[in-house]
Design a protein around this ligand. Sequence first.
Ligand SMILES: CC(C)(COP(=O)(O)OP(=O)(O)OC[C@H]1O[C@@H](n2cnc3c(N)ncnc32)[C@H](O)[C@@H]1OP(=O)(O)O)[C@@H](O)C(=O)NCCC(=O)NCCS
Length: 264
Amino acid sequence: MATGQDEDWDEVYPAYVRHLMAHGTILVAERDGAVTGFGATLRIGSGRQAVSMLTDLFVDPAAHGTGTGRAILGHLWSGEPRRMTFSSLHAHALPLYTSFGVDAWWPLLYLRGDVRQLRSPDGWSVWPAEADRVGLVERDWTGIDRTAEHRFWAGWPNGAAVIASLDGEPAAAGTVGGAGPEYGISHLAVRPDSGDEAARDAIIAVLSGLEPADGQARVCLPAPHPAVRPLLSAGWRVEEFDLHMASDLGLIDPRTSAPSPALA
Ligand SMILES: CC(C)(COP(=O)(O)OP(=O)(O)OC[C@H]1O[C@@H](n2cnc3c(N)ncnc32)[C@H](O)[C@@H]1OP(=O)(O)O)[C@@H](O)C(=O)NCCC(=O)NCCS
């Protein structure tokens, strides 16, 4: 799942782990003194509405199928009734998560393409903003404070928080950035009660405002998101996909959300 690659990996991955250590929970499994796996969760939201997002679960291939993943998950999800993750397609992943009461609802598509093939929809403009401002706007819209993540994403290579406005009114808020081929939208929230058209146009407006040197960018979108069809028509390609698994279908709205596969 998460974060950068190649030369940026050394910078981005430790920062990602530090973020999880500060804001989430990371556990390692040990057998005979050796680490055999690790997993991490991040709690999104607070109180009874809080959702435990499984951000990472990796087991040493030599220990696959020996109950290590189940043991780590049992600890991470204990006392967390509202659960979600973006599951890999590894044969053990879906059955393991299903046994923890989360079901597979929709694919999260990793889309890549040329931003120069996109035209900003009429009435939209995209402006840089402080990460804290974007966190505040998203909290006003959703009731969930993601400021810590917006600060983290804005600190990525090429990272920047942005607000997209329709006819001068803020209509979407999020963060762009990422190392090398991961450059694109990290997370974008739209104003509540945005219809399909605004959810679609927000994605196209933000992507068409990016200026990567090679023109290439990435966005992760739920397969039912209304921006998927226009992006595919513009020559964008699905590179891979994860499965959104959750204890409840309503935890993420697939028609309006552009969540980060690592941190949602
Ligand atoms: C996915 C992963 C974390 C699971 O950990 P693990 O230690 O291999 O899994 P466990 O042995 O604890 O549990 C696997 C469960 O799936 C079941 N299972 C495996 N293959 C299955 C299949 N084809 N159909 C149904 N159930 C299956 C096993 O029987 C076991 O359940 P049980 O405990 O009731 O017997 C691990 O395999 C891994 O690191 N894979 C590569 C990285 C990855 O894709 N991680 C997931 C990121 S979302």
